[in-house]
Design a protein around this ligand. Structure first.
Ligand SMILES: [Zn+2]
Ligand SMILES: [Zn+2]
Length: 408
């Protein structure tokens, strides 16, 4: 189909672009070369082209391009979902017909399941409501999580939707609606990841990681068996009995001998670390009881704390609530025990009846001294992701607050 060199270059290019697109905007990778490259590709190069067009045509071409760019970035469209589906379909069409006659019945059965899962979960992640907040369901969404008086405070209204912002929600500028427990807007599913579809998104990541790993290992076992047949002295790892050139040459022969299996195996193995990386990062967020949106907010708090602008005081249990903007109780088993604020001058806040909590203000220097209200421990965090509307109560006779203290 393609020559060996073109295939390898194409596979490397696709893997690299997917890597930058996936990881470039992760808060954890801020200030790394990956983020800089992401900025270069998505901000600086387009800006350079715009400046050139301004000088040459008075900005006519960039006018069209900006409208197109705005549509690509700020509107919902299926381009990336199509790209993702195309990679899946083309790889499988290249791989499966050649691999099928070489595998046994049990392997065939597992292949069918592993191939079908990403499509199923992609459909469910795209098609299900991520938790769009409407006037009809706002009360339900307000009852899901209490306000932590740090990242989320009661009484704030979305300027676009003109609705109260429930705790953990965020307005999505692409979907143009507020989303409950908003994680991020994901171009790979052309939708937000939120309270309603976070479990499908996690299963999509898991099944895609399995597909790449399984396809990679199956392809690798076929390739190495073929190379052994041709060069019985060859060993996959460590390279021995031959020079490095001969060793790599044997790999090259194996991939070229059946380019379809060789190229897709290479693509699967190269994308494996990216998909596993994203899956592990998403699971880590579940473990921490947080979302991508909230990690961004926490990183801002971290900077304020390091500069000495953050203050905390306690929030007594059963503090009075303004029933107009906050439900009396939620399904969440715990309420916040603290109020955090920042001040502009680095001095503790002046007494103000609008700021809740009581007692003296203490300056907070580090996130380590702060409780995350939305972290109940790994097990309950997973339940919250996978069982929508779960009412956290007591497990046996053990009150959940005790259980939470113990899991910390
Ligand atoms: Zn909104
Ligand atoms: Zn969105």
């Amino acid at each position: 189909m393609f020559s060996f060199k073109t295939t390898v270059l194409l596979v490397l290019f696709i893997s690299f672009m997917v890597f930058v697109a996936f990881f470039g905007r992760l808060p954890a990778l801020r200030r790394t070369p990956i983020a800089k490259l992401h900025k270069l590709i998505w901000v600086q190069i387009p800006n350079g082209v715009l400046a050139m067009d301004q000088a040459l045509t008075g900005g006519r071409i960039s006018g069209y391009l900006t409208r197109f760019g705005n549509f690509m970035v700020y509107d919902r469209h299926w381009t990336v979902v199509g790209f993702f589906l195309a990679i899946l379909v083309v790889s499988e069409c290249m791989y499966l017909p050649h691999m099928w006659p070489k595998i046994g019945t049990f392997t065939k059965l597992t292949v069918v399941i592993v191939v079908a899962m990403p499509y199923t979960f992609l459909y469910l992640a795209c098609a299900s409501d991520p938790g769009y907040i409407t006037p009809e369901n706002i009360n339900y969404h307000l009852s899901l999580y209490p306000y932590d008086h740090t990242l989320f405070r009661p009484g704030r209204e979305c300027k676009t939707c003109r609705l109260l912002k429930p705790a953990r929600s965020k307005h999505c500028s692409v979907c143009k609606r507020c989303v409950a427990k908003s994680d991020h807007h994901c171009i790979f599913i052309n939708s937000c990841v939120g309270y309603g579809n976070q479990h499908w998104f996690l299963l999509l990541l898991t099944s895609t990681a399995l597909l790449c790993t399984y396809g990679g290992i199956l392809g690798l076992s076929h390739l190495t068996a073929r190379i052994y047949q041709k060069a019985p002295n060859w060993s996959m790892w460590p390279p021995k009995n031959m020079s490095m050139n001969q060793y790599l040459g044997a790999w090259g022969w194996g991939i070229q001998e059946n380019v379809n299996i060789g190229a897709t195996t290479l693509l699967a193995l190269l994308t494996c670390p990216l998909i596993w990386g994203l899956l592990i990062y998403t699971l880590y967020l579940v473990y921490c009881g947080t979302t991508t949106n909230e990690t961004l907010k926490w990183s801002e708090w971290k900077e304020d704390m390091q500069e000495g602008y953050a203050f905390r005081r306690s929030m007594p249990p059963n503090s009075p609530k303004n029933k107009l903007v906050e439900p009396a109780c939620t399904r969440w088993p715990v309420e916040t025990e603290q109020v955090l604020v920042t001040t502009m001058d680095g001095e503790p806040p002046k007494e103000d009846s609008r700021i809740p909590g009581e007692g003296p203000w203490e300056r907070v220097w580090s996130l380590n001294h702060i409780e995350n209200l939305y972290d109940l421990g790994l097990w309950d965090n997973l339940v919250d992701v996978f069982v929508p509307n779960y009412t956290f109560g007591t497990r046996g006779d053990e009150p959940i607050v005790e259980r939470r203290r113990r899991t910390r």
